[in-house]
Design a protein around this ligand. Structure first.
Ligand SMILES: [Zn+2]
Length: 150
């Protein structure tokens, strides 16, 4: 599911002409499991028009309806950068979901690389416009595959 979603994000950069992104819906919990990508431009057709991701809040009703219909919640978000996976000042100033512990993932190089933890941005929102960059953690809080607890 991750690989398919990432490939679609790469396609939606429209020949590397701009950023793309998605809400990541899942089952929240002590460990949240991502089940579905909801692409920004499916919620707001104009979201990708400027080259950076901008979502009109008035369009979010469609997202909340999907959440109600599926019983899933937005547990993270992901967007694609032309270069580095570090946050831009705009990313920091405009959290997609301004809830503490929300995770914002950033895929570098128009999502053309491996796109696995260790090579992507993993940014935790702490609330009050503060973030923690957890991209370089030995065990990042985002994992592809199953965790095996011992
Ligand atoms: Zn960004």
């Amino acid at each position: 599911m991750w690989d398919a979603g990432v490939a679609e994000l790469g396609r939606r950069t429209n020949g590397r002409r701009g950023e793309s992104g998605a809400f990541l819906l899942g089952e929240p919990g002590a460990t949240s499991t991502i089940r579905q990508f909801i692409f920004y431009d499916d919620i707001d057709p104009d979201a990708l028009n400027t080259g950076i991701v901008l979502i009109d809040g008035r369009r979010l009703g469609a997202l909340w309806k999907i959440c109600r219909d599926t019983g899933l919640k937005v547990v993270a978000d992901v967007h694609v950068h032309p270069g580095s996976f570090r946050q831009s000042p705009s990313d920091q100033a405009n959290p997609i979901i301004a809830e503490a512990n929300h995770i914002a993932l950033i895929l570098p190089d128009f999502a053309q690389g491996s796109n696995l933890p260790g090579r992507i941005g993993v940014h935790r929102y702490l609330g009050n416009r503060k973030w923690r960059d957890e991209s370089d953690y030995l065990f990042p809080p985002f994992h592809v595959g199953k965790y095996l607890w011992r």
